[in-house]
Design a binder for this molecule. Structure first.
Ligand code: GAP
Length: 475
């Protein structure tokens, strides 16, 4: 039976939201292309984030840094040495696994069998192993001692556990030698850190202030799965908020709340959102929490809010030899600011919004699929539908469409039975369908059908744009 994820993947392909990358060549795994509807949805979510973070906060400004950066950036950030996954290969099937996830799968199986004591003990060892200096060897020891078998071949024939760096590398210029090696950025945040002084000086901002950025990031994920949940090329929306040391917890609490509110403002059901506090903090962090969403495949991270101390700026100061201090005029002191980061994946947010909006309903013995997007993020805000393709209805409909298009994205459709046209719009999340019928030609009124209630209201065409704009801004 098709899972809800299968249904969403199929809808995304059928209606032009998301396609497998390079599909005609058999596809490239864990990379996706956004089609005509997907690109509108993504743009609306991106714009919503930008408005919320940059336009609504006087002390937050935006940048757009390059994807390729000086390679020392990634030494300073710790990514060259520590952005690794512990991997193990099944020698029989040649499939590769993340060793920690293999052990997690084994723990889940123990719990299913009711062996909770044993599961707790292995979990404790796993946590210890992940914190250990000898992490690969410690994970390998658990796999050996517990005789954990390969999920695909069932074999117990493993290689050693090895650390695998997740950064994609390439070369600048014609020579492929190590001197010219650069990386595709694995996060957008470092583009913000290295521009801290440029932005502060040119914007004349005083601490506290934030720098926001939206852009592509790349990770050579080994276990990429669940459609656009974990991909090798994805978009991040990140903001670094620079504060006086000691003020980070206040900023952390403030941004935690604001970020939660943003997800809810996009229509996400708050009952499906939950905080996940990090028990194990990265060495540079003094607090970290994730916003998680309940997907059918479990509670998963959508966004991270991290209090990163002065780790990044201090490290860039050390590696670049350029001072990263801030002179606080009010306090008459110099310091390296602390940073609170908010970091959300755009593609992952899109997947959450698709799951959250997707529903199947029975309507008078018929069934319909609805993407109940909030109007502000829906790809089309209204569909313009002449009831029949004659008697001057298409001409009037085109006039109405031309007027509405000045305000928002619309879709025109004059083919097929009106009921089927409504269903097609429901399936892509169009909140309003405007039908032009015989009465419209007589008195200028049209019907406005609401996607969710399916109620229809008659409105004069001259009032239509105001009426819809009002609803879209409220909705
Ligand atoms: N600068 C901090 C940072 O990059 P992260 O937790 O590694 O933190 C932040 O990533 C967000 O980026 C995640 O919460 C997730 O939404 C998104 N993300 C990370 N890896 C991803 C991947 N492989 N595919 C899609 N989204 C990803």
């Amino acid at each position: 039976m098709a899972t809800q994820l299968d249904e969403i993947i199929s809808l995304c392909k059928r209606r032009g939201f998301i396609f497998q990358s390079s599909e005609i060549y058999g596809g490239l795994s864990a990379t996706y292309d956004y089609g005509p509807l997907g690109v509108e949805l993504k743009r609306n979510v991106r714009d919503s984030w930008w408005r919320n973070m940059v336009y609504l906060n006087d002390n937050v400004v935006g940048i757009d840094a390059a994807i390729l950066m000086h390679p020392t950036v990634w030494k300073a950030s710790g990514h060259v040495d520590a952005f690794n996954d512990p991997l193990i290969d099944d020698k029989q099937s040649k499939n590769r696994y993340r060793a920690d996830q293999l052990i997690e799968g084994y723990i889940a199986k123990l719990r299913k069998k009711g062996k909770d004591d044993k599961a707790d003990a292995v979990y404790e060892r796993l946590v210890e192993a992940l914190n250990s200096e000898e992490m690969p060897a410690a994970l390998y020891a658990i796999i050996q001692e517990e005789e954990i078998r390969s999920p695909d071949s069932g074999a117990f024939d493993w290689t050693e556990v090895r650390q695998f760096n997740l950064m994609f590398s390439t070369y600048v210029g014609p020579a492929s030698d190590t001197e010219n090696k650069v990386y595709l950025r694995p996060e957008t945040a470092q583009g913000i850190f290295v521009n801290f002084h440029n932005v502060r000086e040119t914007s004349r901002l005083q601490i506290p202030f934030g720098i926001a950025q939206i852009g592509k990031a790349f990770r050579n994920e080994i276990v990429a799965r669940q459609f656009i949940f974990r991909t090798r090329e994805f978009e991040q929306m990140e903001m670094q908020y620079f504060v006086k040391p000691g003020m980070q917890m206040e900023a952390y609490d403030k941004w935690k709340q604001l970020r939660w509110d943003w997800h809810v403002s996009n229509g996400v059901n708050p009952d499906k959102l939950r905080w996940h506090e990090h028990e194990k903090l990265a060495h540079y962090a003094d607090a970290a929490v994730d916003v998680t969403y309940e997907f059918p495949f479990g509670w998963q991270e959508i966004e991270g809010i991290h209090s990163r101390t002065d780790f990044d700026l201090k490290s860039h100061q050390e590696y670049s030899g350029k001072k990263q201090e801030y002179f606080d005029q009010q306090e008459n002191e110099r310091y390296i600011p602390y940073v609170v980061e908010t970091s959300v994946g755009l593609d992952r947010t899109i997947l959450m919004l698709l799951f959250d909006a997707y529903r199947k309903e029975d309507v008078d013995g018929d069934s319909r699929v609805v993407l109940g997007f909030k109007p502000s993020i829906a790809p089309f805000k209204a569909a313009i539908l002449p009831l029949v393709k004659k008697d001057g209805m298409p001409e009037l409909a085109r006039k109405i469409e031309a007027d509405l298009k000045r305000h928002f994205n619309t879709f025109y459709d004059e083919k097929g039975a009106i009921g089927r046209r409504y269903r097609r719009m429901d399936e892509i999340g169009t909140p309003y369908c405007i039908t032009i019928d015989g009465e419209s030609l007589d008195d200028g009124s049209v019907t406005v059908r609401d996607r969710d209630s399916m109620n229809q209201e008659r409105i004069n065409k001259d009032r239509l744009s105001g009426y819809l704009l009002d609803r879209i801004s409220q909705g």
